[in-house]
Design a protein around this ligand. Structure first.
Ligand SMILES: C[S@@+](CC[C@H](N)C(=O)[O-])C[C@H]1O[C@@H](n2cnc3c(N)ncnc32)[C@H](O)[C@@H]1O
Ligand code: SF4
Ligand code: SF4
Length: 360
């Protein structure tokens, strides 16, 4: 913490995940908050986000989250059938009931929470009813969908791995099921980013804006990785805090080389009209390594084109439906180079600019 705050004095965001981060216990986080308070500069904004499977959330935890202002993300894959199909304990029992009890504790203490759902080959087929469950029963206002791609071993995908096109179909299902008049401001990370991209705006999500430079991940043993998605790949280790300083690791040649590999432009992306609003997706989800192409490339293209057509038609019902996404996108940065030259098909291609990613 001390080293971090010596290096950075802008807005700071700590994301706690795991494993299961609640196993560390409340005193651990109280200690971390004390360290943040002691080392941050006077008016520095410091945020904490925790991503949890929610099975351990009690009234004490919920009260701690409320008091300390933690942003909470709950991992839930849909209703009990969808969730318990994968999220089982070591005895094989489903964990949905415990998750629900955790959600109720958050509600009792008025702790707002977002939801991360993992989309599998299985639950993708029921996306419409799952989306209704998440919005109507869980009453989630902020949803993210993570594509399950077999521990990121794309070449040896298991049967649970999302099939090509399932992702686009599932997102379309959510868009179809979207409340007709989104007055209350529903946010689904993927739809938000696709709407922003279709408008030529820079999404806030790293997997669309090529924003890996804004992050690093600290492991329990002091090892530093570019992102938690790479902690299973020893060759991606950037260094270790037990033997080097944070500044040496972050400014060092290994990180520089790794990030330039992330940013190398795939031949297909080089010709793609959506490059500036896609950036070849998340490097951890590229086929055959970080220099490969984003596993969900085709799905993304379809979604960008579909949404752009929808917006180009200027139908009042679409504007009403997605009004909160459109409003947010309006505040996002426009790719300045997009305004210089649009490709004939209305997209945005890499030849138009060489700009690197900007901080969030
Ligand atoms: C680091 S993980 C786990 C943190 C915490 N134990 C939880 O369940 O939220 C953070 C998120 O990634 C999701 N996740 C785990 N394995 C995944 C996989 N193979 N593919 C996509 N998302 C995954 C989890 O469901 C969770 O929402
Ligand atoms: S590797 Fe993926 S998840 Fe991690 S910062 Fe980069 S785009 Fe985001
Ligand atoms: S849509 Fe596909 S080709 Fe285009 S930038 Fe994204 S990953 Fe590359």
């Amino acid at each position: 913490m001390q080293q971090y705050f010596q290096l950075f004095n802008g807005p700071a965001c700590f994301i706690w995940h795991g494993g299961e981060p609640l196993l560390a216990g409340i005193p651990f986080y109280e200690f971390a908050l004390d360290l943040q308070k002691n080392h941050c500069s006077k008016h520095q904004r410091v945020e904490n986000l925790i991503q949890t499977n929610a099975t351990l959330i009690t009234d004490q935890w919920a009260e701690f989250f409320r008091r300390s202002g933690f942003h909470v993300g709950v991992s839930i894959d849909g209703d009990a059938i969808a969730h318990d199909a994968f999220r089982i304990d070591k005895g094989g029992a489903g964990s949905f009931a415990k998750v629900w009890s955790g959600i109720e504790a958050l509600r009792r203490h008025n702790v707002p929470f977002g939801v991360v759902m993992v989309l599998t080959a299985d639950n993708a087929e029921r996306m419409r009813s799952i989306f209704r469950f998440l919005t109507e029963k869980v009453k989630a206002k902020n949803i993210s969908i993570n594509a399950f791609i077999d521990e990121y071993q794309y070449s040896r995908a298991s049967s649970d791995t999302l099939k090509r096109e399932q992702f686009a179909a599932a997102i379309r299902d959510c868009m179809d099921e979207w409340p007709q008049d989104d007055a209350e401001g529903l946010r689904l990370r993927e739809v938000d980013s696709i709407v922003a991209g279709a408008m030529g705006k820079r999404s806030r999500a790293c997997s669309f804006n090529g924003g890996c430079r804004n992050y690093f991940c600290v492991n329990h043993d002091g090892a530093i990785y570019p992102c938690d998605n790479f902690t299973n790949q020893p060759e991606m280790k950037l260094g270790n805090l037990t033997s080097e300083s944070l500044s040496i690791i972050l400014d060092g040649p290994i990180r520089s080389e790794v990030l330039s590999r992330f940013e190398s432009i795939h031949t297909d992306c080089n010709r793609c009209q959506w490059y500036l609003v896609c950036h070849n997706g998340c490097p951890a989800q590229r086929v055959d390594g970080v220099e490969g192409k984003f596993f969900l490339c085709e799905d993304r293209r379809k979604l960008f084109s579909y949404t752009k057509r929808l917006l180009d038609m200027r139908r009042p019902d679409s504007y009403l439906k997605f009004r909160s996404s459109l409003k947010r996108a309006n505040n996002y940065e426009r790719f300045s180079y997009c305004t210089k030259k649009k490709s004939p098909s209305g997209g945005y291609s890499p030849g138009e600019a060489t700009a690197q990613s900007q901080p969030k």
